[in-house]
Design a protein around this ligand. Sequence first.
Ligand code: ADP
Ligand code: MG
Length: 251
Amino acid sequence: MNALAATPEIYLDHISKTFARPGGGETFRAVEDLTLSIAPGELVALLGKTGCGKSTIFNMIAGLGAPSAGQVLVQGRDPFREFDLFRGKIAIVFQSDRLLPWRTAIGNVELGLDMLDVPREPRREQAQSWLERLGLKGHEHDYPHALSGGMRQRVAIARAFATNAPILLCDEPFSALDEHTAQRLRDEFVALVRQNRKTAVFITHSISEALQVGDRIGVLRRPARIAYDVRLSGADEHPAIRQRIQEILAE
Ligand SMILES: Nc1ncnc2c1ncn2[C@@H]1O[C@H](COP(=O)(O)OP(=O)(O)O)[C@@H](O)[C@H]1O
Ligand SMILES: [Mg+2]
């Protein structure tokens, strides 16, 4: 590996996160001495049970929270302390679509571009093009309430991709959808991440989802730390990896 290829896009260096308990005194440890290095272009699924600290890690990568100890580096910079530097560099998809109900589908996609000061014409074009890529042609002017859950999440994905951010962070984006819709969206999501050469972190509590999405899976134990880190090459090895993950999560 040459020096450039070795530079991680996302580097979590022995991070811990503690929260004060209400009433003070004792603290609660959500993340414990977690180290993880993600190379440019990797699609990493972070898998763990509910409450194991996944969203806490997610927030620290997104610069929405600082670690209590250790260091988070995204493209070599601190996403919390240097938050403004990351405008347009990190796009986020949450579990709930977080669309503005008073804006149409295209209005919601344009919003992200508006914040990056993209002028009106290219803004509209980019938003339109991403809505089409996500199969929403004809629904540009629909309001969120008129769209199904799957379609709303497609709008949220279009919004994330439209900003052209190199890094994509997703916190259980499909877990509120029915399995059939989720499965289709996962495949489309993976294809788009690859085509557009994104680096992506995909948080999930589902082993099947991690296997479908990740080219690498980081399994978390509670408090969050990496218990198993595995690269996937072919579907033939999925049963053995699933078995191993089940054992770890059962411990
Ligand atoms: N702001 C906070 N203050 C106190 N405790 C928190 C806070 N955020 C998360 N926690 C606790 O940290 C643990 C991990 O939470 P979270 O990261 O949301 O888990 P996950 O996303 O894996 O379900 C939980 O026990 C949760 O209650
Ligand atoms: Mg969570």
